[in-house]
Ligand binder design. Structure first.
Ligand code: SF4
Length: 257
């Protein structure tokens, strides 16, 4: 792992970060990032992360209903940043079309579609019904393990989570340790009103399912319309205690590669 920790000046736009000391030390470095970037805007956070770990930073996006805003900020900073898209093979065709449209709209040049291991699917989900029997296991082989494998090539990653989603996200910090990596949450402080304003300001296209009442979109079997008054993610895994797919539940497992 090689991270270039920026000085305070670098967070303000200085192009020259100082060399890293001894690594890995993601917990300590994440705390430093979180402190220095606590009041920074999304673009500044993304830029600081990209400067700190050149070539070793990825963005993870579901290309869901809110994703365009993070991707716009990423495109403003560096449209060649790798963007990892987890195709669980249970996605709506509208999401795949939206991904393709945003790639063109934002001129993103390195969107990588990550799929589950065929051998894991053959072994654990040969009848394609694991999501109806054991959702944790299904998310494990279709999301968590593929992402862990893909992120083994990176020192840090960027998520689009926000505090206003509530639940475990209500206390999100701008940067946090994630096993041997640092996870950045540049939209942590963004409100729903600010998100909508960002959509309007940049004239970003909306996910096609949003107009049909889906405020958050994931896999077909685990996505529904939220009940009246429910949170933005209230339609995900409806009726179950599950609220997260597992990629944010703690350090990702070691790569199987
Ligand atoms: Fe499987 Fe549902 Fe998780 Fe998608 S969200 S990986 S279908 S359990």
């Amino acid at each position: 792992m090689s991270i270039l920790l920026p000085t305070s000046a670098a967070f303000d736009g200085s192009p020259t970060p100082r060399p890293a000391a001894t690594f890995p030390r993601p917990r300590r470095d994440a705390a430093a990032f979180a402190k220095r970037l606590a009041q920074a805007g999304p673009r500044a956070i993304i830029a600081a992360a990209a400067r700190a770990m050149p070539g070793r930073l990825a963005v993870v996006s579901s290309f869901g209903t809110e994703s365009a805003v993070l991707l716009k900020f990423v495109a403003d900073v560096d449209p060649s940043l790798p963007i990892l898209f987890l195709d669980t093979q249970w996605l709506f065709k509208e999401t795949l079309a939206y991904r393709d449209a945003l790639v063109v709209h934002l001129r993103l040049t390195d969107v990588r579609t990550v799929t589950p291991s065929p051998s894991a699917l053959a072994l654990r989900d040969p009848k394609r019904n694991l999501c109806f029997r054991d959702r944790e296991a299904c998310c494990g082989i279709r999301k968590v393990a593929p992402l862990a494998n893909e992120l083994s090539a990176f020192d840090g990653w960027i998520s689009g989570r926000k505090r206003y989603h509530g639940g475990e996200r209500a206390t999100l910090v701008v940067a946090e340790a994630d096993g041997p990596r640092i996870k950045f949450n540049p939209l942590a402080r963004m409100t729903r009103a600010e998100l909508n304003a960002a959509f309007a300001a940049a004239e970003l296209p909306r996910h096609p399912l949003e107009a049909l009442g889906f405020s958050s979109v994931g896999c077909i079997p685990c996505t529904g319309r939220p009940a009246a008054g429910a949170s933005v993610r209230g339609g995900r895994w409806g009726g179950l205690a599950k609220t997260e797919c597992g990629i944010h539940a703690g350090p990702l497992p070691p790569s199987a590669n």
